[in-house]
Design a binder for this molecule. Structure first.
Ligand code: ADP
Ligand code: AMP
Length: 213
């Protein structure tokens, strides 16, 4: 099963994608995590991507598309995957579509996690991320067992630079301009499913599994 997660930054795509990946035993692929890991390791790609990420802008398609296509070509993706944070533009979606068509394949579902902008700003300020293993928490809704420490790997949790309020505003603007049109794009293909992302994460997940099962 090949699944795309759509939704504003902070809507809960990553939270749900990890649960989907576990339940259906498919890889969770987050382009944001790939960029952050490159930044942490000081690669050329990481240094280039950081310039855009720090401003809340999208990394250019030329850089993003290649890393995604390389990743989904790996053997562990043969049985499907859940994409989190890709595609974020219509050209990215078209490149993915064409690459899949070439191997006589397609995306099964685009799940749109719907959360209004007002809720997003609050959520992002409370998000804490582990830059080591990619786990995310929320200081109120989904707190780690020990404050500031990742449950999964024991490393430090941080407020991402791009989750600071001034950058969140830019990211929301970018979302509305460049990413939201994908909702229409997948609606026209008949594979869009929208779930209410404002409810408890377990209820969001129940709605998603109701669609996928
Ligand atoms: P995205 O991947 O869409 O940017 P995340 O999955 O990282 O979003 O979620 C953003 C923040 O909101 C995180 O701190 C996460 O723990 C929290 N969160 C996710 N789902 C919910 C939910 N249903 N209710 C409340 N908080 C949530
Ligand atoms: P995320 O972890 O999905 O919130 O992504 C964090 C940041 O990484 C985004 O604000 C973008 O700057 C960049 N990014 C992640 N995925 C993409 C993508 N598909 N296209 C362009 N930029 C991306």
């Amino acid at each position: 099963m090949k699944i795309i997660m759509l939704g504003a930054p902070g809507a809960g795509k990553g939270t749900q994608a990890k649960m989907i990946a576990e339940k259906y035993s498919i890889p969770h692929i987050s382009t944001g995590d790939i960029f952050r890991s490159n930044i942490k390791n000081g690669t050329q790609l990481g240094m280039e991507a950081k310039k855009y990420m720090d401003q809340g802008l999208l990394v250019p398609d030329e850089l993003t598309v290649k890393i995604l296509l390389d990743r989904v070509a790996k053997e562990d993706c043969a049985g499907g995957y859940v994409l989190d944070g890709f595609p974020r533009t219509i050209p990215q979606a078209q490149v993915l579509d064409n690459a899949l068509k070439e191997i006589d394949d397609k995306i099964d579902f685009a799940i749109n996690v719907d959360v209004p902008d007002e809720n997003i700003v609050r959520r992002m300020g409370g998000r804490r991320a582990c830059l080591s293993c990619g786990a995310t928490y929320h200081i109120e809704h989904i707190p780690p067992k020990k404050e500031g420490v990742c449950d999964a790997c024991g490393k430090e949790l941080v407020l991402r630079d791009d989750d600071k309020p001034e950058t969140v505003k830019n990211r929301l603007d970018v979302y509305h301009q460049q990413t939201q049109p994908l909702i229409d794009f997948y609606e026209k293909k008949g594979i869009l499913r929208t779930v209410d992302g404002t409810v408890d994460m377990k209820d969001v997940f129940a709605a998603i599994t109701g669609i996928l099962d």
